[in-house]
Design a protein around this ligand. Sequence first.
Ligand SMILES: [Fe+2]
Length: 340
Amino acid sequence: MTVHCLVVDDDAQVRHSLARVIQAHGLATLEASSGAEALAILEREGEIPLAISDIHMPEMDGVTFLRQALERYPDMAIVMLTGVAEVATAVECLKLGALDYISKPVLIDEVRARVDKALEKRELVLQNRFYQQHLESRVRDLDRRNKQSVINGVQMLVHALEAKDAYTSGHSTRVSRYAVKTAVHLGFTGDRLEHIRLGGELHDIGKIGTREDILNKPGPLTPDEFEHIKGHTALGERILAPSLGESPMVLRVVRSHHERIDGGGFPDGLVGQAIPQEARIVAVVDAFDAMTTNRAYRPSRTPGDAKDELQRCAGTHFDPEVVDAFVHAFPDVSILPSSI
Ligand SMILES: [Fe+2]
């Protein structure tokens, strides 16, 4: 039998007559003569939607029952039964979570009306909770799908760039991995690490807009050609801004990965700490990977040479702290780029 209501009163006569009224109203009802007995019934039956409880009872009073019942079953609708002199206690009970109170002597019509109202309120609370939880999980789901579609779009761009420029094939992924490992050495965790990972992957995405004859030119670039190539930083930021507006640091990495700490870089000529640390990290590992892979305009250098070059340029081109972290993150650079 599903129990709908629990009547708690030490006065057997009041309890029986209340239970009869509620039964006749269509609700299966159990009776308890004290708070302790009522809790034992809840223990046995599980949550009961509604309880009507007297306040003054021996063994365990109505206030203690109210507290303990709501602690275990926060969604129970509990209505207090009060004498005329107990209005202050009844108000206290409302503050503790009772849904309503009925004054003694009890009128049958009033009991029916209060019982219906209490159950309606409870139903509303439950519906609201269900709606809210459902909504929250739906929002989470949408958020997850949005993020996934952004990542898919980003992957597409990376592949598009790699199809156009053979020398960047694998470069973005390696830069991303080197950058993450270096960032871990600098204490990065969580979202900051994710921004580094994505920023490394996307740093050169603006080269989609660079002319292929310049991108793959075997000889030195003219000043005009160099200016054209420099545009890939700001262009990359513009390409990604609509999708990655919520991750401004990724956009900063893309824009600022060619800045130098002495101010001699591009596109903004930022100096030192004005360059985000994330961009300073990508600058170091980007240079290392560029030096250790073949490019159209020159053959690769050994990893050891590349590391020496980074250390030589620490303090002018590169952030010395980042170079140091990179060297410690990869104590044996000779294994790069084959395995990291
Ligand atoms: Fe670049």
